[in-house]
Design a protein around this ligand. Structure first.
Ligand SMILES: Cc1ncc(COP(=O)(O)O)c(C=O)c1O
Length: 383
């Protein structure tokens, strides 16, 4: 049997990983500034994370949600404390798409409405509602097509107001990434997030903060939406939550009430997933990784801004993007093959940095030296 070919891939086989480094099957070491799609939050194979999972594995790995799982309550308490959303309610699932699917569905159960407002260049996942709210026609199969999603330009307050004036009483939810990831590191304006909050309040719609990529401390605050100083009704999370162990969740504001059987899952919140997620939060707190993300992120952004060839450096904390001009289009590839550094991309010309939140300053310095070197080499070959 062959694999179903869904992505173009890099010709490299990673067999070992530690902190911000990975090694291939030939023993070559790479600096990982991508974290496998922003997943590695506390660092690859962090010893506390490994120990927590191993110890849990020896006891019990899985039982379904038909029994009490105290680890879930422990996780909810810790998450409430670190995120500052102690009065929210946690529902655990397995992936980012599933988190968004449940959030959109829960909003609709709550207010009985059907319309969803989403934004240009959004990415919310591949399941039916999540993909319908994703602004990329290539991902939407005919069966996912719906009139229920209204796409608006990101950060256009006037368009948002007009949309609510016209459809307000039908709008169930507004879903927005605090910083768009797949779309190319586009930061939602803080005044725009405040406007979403006030319009949702006025019209009884649910504000959903997709924090799958930009959440979990990556921007220096637990949720990047928190920079706006207003709360969302539902936050969705995944990627960094398990540091590579598949675990996801949504937290739901207290005014949204649960009703039996509206949401459910077989694997969500299993013992092993909770152990992994708890280990991540413990390390985030113990090693003050949100502070590190702020500091090292600022260093990287300042240094990148000082490189004249790179345009429009943007982001927060350790979620950074910049535009690469056409004549340097091989930069990402050359960073990987010449400098042994993994970075991410967004079409057509954006390099995305999504390293572990424990990225060390000296690794960031190495990256800056390497990128300058590769830019100079590309310019030399062009001239
Ligand atoms: C903002 C955002 N939402 C949702 C998803 C979907 O997450 P998953 O691939 O875990 O389903 C992603 C994945 O890249 C994402 O970046």
């Amino acid at each position: 049997m062959n694999l179903f070919d869904v992505y173009p891939i890099n010709d490299v086989t990673i067999v070992k990983a530690k902190g911000s480094y990975v090694w291939d099957d030939k023993g070559e070491q790479y600096l990982d500034l991508y974290g496998g799609h922003a997943v590695i939050s506390i660092g690859h194979t962090h010893p506390h994370w490994v120990k927590r999972i191993e110890e849990q594995l020896e006891k019990i790995a899985f039982y379904s949600n038909s029994i009490k799982i105290p680890l879930q309550q422990e996780l909810a308490a810790k998450l409430g404390k670190i995120s500052g959303k102690e009065d929210y309610q946690l529902f655990l699932c397995n992936s980012g798409a599933e988190a968004n699917e449940n959030a959109l569905k829960m909003a609709s159960f709550h207010n009985g409405r059907k319309k969803i407002v989403a934004f240009s260049k959004s990415f919310h996942g591949r399941t039916s509602l999540a993909v319908a709210a994703t602004d990329n026609k290539n991902y939407i199969a005919p069966v996912n097509e719906t009139d229920n999603v209204i796409f608006l330009p990101l950060n256009d307050e006037k368009a948002l107001e007009e949309c609510f004036t016209k459809n307000g009483k039908q709008i169930s939810s507004v879903i927005i990434e605090g910083i768009q990831g797949v779309g190319g590191i586009n930061v939602a304006d803080l005044s725009f997030l405040k406007k979403i909050r006030s319009l949702c309040d006025e019209y009884g719609a649910v504000y959903i903060a997709d924090s799958v990529q930009c959440g979990y401390g990556r921007t220096g605050k637990f949720f990047s939406h928190d920079f706006a100083g207003v709360n969302a009704d539902i936050y969705t999370m995944a990627k960094g939550m398990g540091n590579g162990f598949p675990v996801a969740g949504i937290i739901i504001a207290p005014h949204i009430k649960s009703k039996h059987f509206q949401l459910g899952t077989t694997f969500g919140g299993n013992h092993l997933a909770c152990a992994a997620a708890l280990a991540v939060l413990e390390v985030l707190e113990e090693e003050k990784l949100m502070g590190n993300a702020t500091l090292v992120g600022k260093y990287l952004r300042d240094e990148l801004e000082a490189i004249p060839e790179l345009k429009n450096v943007r982001g927060r904390g350790l979620m950074i993007g910049f535009d690469v001009p056409e004549e340097l289009k091989d930069l990402k590839k050359n960073l990987l093959w010449n400098q042994k550094i993994f970075t991410g991309e967004a079409k057509p010309n954006v390099i995305r940095l999504l390293p572990s939140l424990a990225l060390k300053k000296r690794d960031a310095e190495q990256f800056i030296e390497s990128i300058k070197e590769e830019i100079a080499l590309l310019q030399e070959t062009a001239s």
